[in-house]
Design a protein around this ligand. Structure first.
Ligand SMILES: *Cc1c(COP(=O)(O)O)cnc(C)c1O
Length: 398
C-alpha cells in the first residue's frame, strides 16, 4: 500500500526516522541516552520551588515525571497517531485502565464493544463495577442510531476497538463517535491493530490507546503502553490520573520502544504483505471455512476497513471447517515448526494461538462456526511459513 498519511509532504518512514530526536541528542550521538533516575537535583532552593508549579510541561522534577528518554518516545507515539501529546505507562493494559478510571466516576455508565480485548472487560466487570460504574456491552457492528439508543444520561465513555480482539469486526468509529459526542461522551479507542493505518483523531476519537508492546516494540522483548490525546484538556485528565496512580514507563523500556519505532514502518509494510499472502493462501485451503482479515474482500466489513484504514497489520483469524475437533486443531498447531504458541503479537516471529474457548462475548455470539486459530505473521520468509503450514495441515484427518 502507498505511504500512508503523509504530513508536510513527508512519509511515515521519514518521520519515524526523525521524530523525537530534536533536543534529545546526547553529545552528538544519534540516539538519546537512557536516563535512569529517581532524584533530580536542583541548583538551588528557588529553582526547586519554581519547578513544582509547572509539573506537566516536561520539567524534570522526579523520576516519575519522566525524562529525556520518555519525552522522545512520547513525541514519536504522538506522531504515529497524529495526536498532540501522549502519556506513557508500563503496559498496554495500563493504557486501557488509566483512561477508563480517569473519566468514569461512581454512578457513571460506560459502553464497551463486546469484542474488546479480554482484560478490558475484566476491569469493567471488576474494579469499575465495585466502584459503582456500570458497563453495557454492545454489538461492535452497531450503527449511529444504535449507540444513540444505548446512551443514558449518565453515560460518560463510549469505548471502541477496531477490529475486535479475536473476532476482527471492523467498527464504524466515525458514526459511533458522532452519536457519543452529541451526548457529550468521551470516545476512547484501542488502536493497537490500526497503529498508524487508522488515524484515530481524524475519525472522532478523543483518547487513543496503544499496546506499544506489539509492533512499536516489535521484538517481543518489552511491555509498554501509550495513551494519546488531541487536546490539552484530555491530556491533563489522563496525565493527572496516571500520575495519581503512580504509573510510570521505565527509561530502558522506552529506549527499546524508540529503537523499535525507527524500523516499524518497514517492518509493518513487510508484515502486512506477508500476512495478506498467508491469509489469501488459507482462504483457498479446503480445510478452512473463513479467514478473518479486514483487508480480504471476503471480510464482511471490508468496505468499512477500506474507507477508514490505509493498511493492515499481520494479525488475523482462521476459522476451520466445523467437522474438525479441538484435538485435530491442537495437533495442527503443535506440528508447526516456525509458529510459536503464545499470547501477544507484533514481534518479528510468527505465532499461532488457538482462540476457541478463550473468547468471552455477552452481547453477541462467540461462535464463529468452527474452531478458530489466531495467526500472527512475523518477518520470516513467507515461502517457509507457507511450507510449514502446508505440512501442518497435512496432519488433519482427511
Ligand atoms: C496486547 C494488547 C493489549 C495489552 O498490552 P500489554 O502490553 O500486553 O498489556 C491491549 N489491547 C490490545 C488490543 C492488545 O492486543
Amino acid at each position: 500500500m502507498a505511504d500512508n498519511n503523509a504530513k508536510n509532504g513527508q512519509g511515515f518512514a521519514t518521520r519515524m526516522s526523525h521524530a523525537g530526536r530534536a533536543g534529545t541528542r546526547a553529545h552528538g550521538f544519534v540516539n538519546p541516552g537512557v536516563h535512569r533516575g529517581s532524584t533530580v537535583l536542583h541548583p538551588n532552593s528557588e529553582s526547586r520551588r519554581a519547578f513544582q508549579k509547572d509539573k506537566w510541561n516536561r520539567v524534570m522534577t522526579y523520576g516519575t515525571a519522566g525524562g529525556p528518554t520518555q519525552y522522545a518516545l512520547e513525541d514519536v507515539v504522538a506522531e504515529i497517531e497524529g495526536g498532540t501529546r501522549c502519556v506513557l505507562v508500563g503496559t498496554g493494559l495500563a493504557a486501557v485502565t488509566v483512561p477508563l478510571m480517569a473519566y468514569l466516576k461512581t454512578g457513571d455508565h460506560c459502553l464497551m464493544p463486546d469484542s474488546a480485548y479480554g482484560p478490558a472487560r475484566n476491569v469493567c466487570n471488576g474494579l469499575l463495577k465495585d466502584w459503582g460504574v456500570e458497563t453495557t456491552y454492545y454489538d461492535p457492528l452497531i450503527d449511529e442510531a444504535g449507540i444513540r439508543a444505548l446512551i443514558r444520561p449518565n453515560t460518560k465513555v463510549v469505548y471502541t476497538e477496531s477490529p475486535g480482539s479475536h473476532t476482527f469486526e471492523v467498527q464504524d468509529v466515525p458514526a459511533i463517535a458522532r452519536a457519543a459526542h452529541a451526548a457529550g461522551c468521551v470516545v476512547m479507542m484501542d488502536n493497537t491493530w490500526g497503529i498508524h493505518h487508522f488515524m484515530p483523531f481524524q475519525h472522532g476519537v478523543d483518547v487513543s490507546i496503544q499496546a506499544l508492546t506489539k509492533y512499536v516494540g516489535g521484538h517481543s522483548d518489552v511491555l509498554l503502553g501509550s495513551i494519546t490525546v488531541n487536546s490539552e484538556k484530555d491530556y491533563e485528565i489522563v496525565r493527572g490520573a496516571a500520575s495519581q496512580m503512580g504509573h510510570f514507563a521505565a527509561p530502558d523500556d522506552c529506549w527499546l520502544a524508540l529503537r523499535g519505532a525507527r524500523t516499524m514502518p518497514i517492518r509493518l509494510k513487510q508484515q502486512e504483505k506477508s500476512g495478506l499472502e498467508v491469509a489469501h493462501w488459507f482462504e483457498n485451503r479446503p480445510e478452512v471455512q473463513s479467514v478473518l482479515h479486514p483487508a480480504l474482500p471476503s471480510h464482511p466489513q471490508h468496505a468499512l476497513w477500506k474507507r477508514d484504514f490505509t493498511g493492515a497489520c499481520s494479525l488475523f483469524g482462521v476459522v476451520f471447517k466445523p467437522h474438525y475437533t479441538e484435538a485435530d486443531i491442537f495437533k495442527f498447531i503443535d506440528s508447526l515448526k516456525l509458529f510459536g504458541i503464545g499470547a501477544s503479537w507484533g514481534g518479528f516471529e510468527s505465532l499461532a494461538l488457538p482462540t476457541t474457548g478463550f473468547i468471552t462475548r455477552t452481547a453477541t455470539s462467540p461462535d464463529l462456526g468452527g474452531f478458530t486459530v489466531r495467526i500472527h505473521i512475523g518477518l520470516e520468509d513467507v515461502g517457509d511459513l507457507i511450507a510449514d503450514l502446508t505440512q501442518g495441515l497435512a496432519t488433519l484427518p482427511k
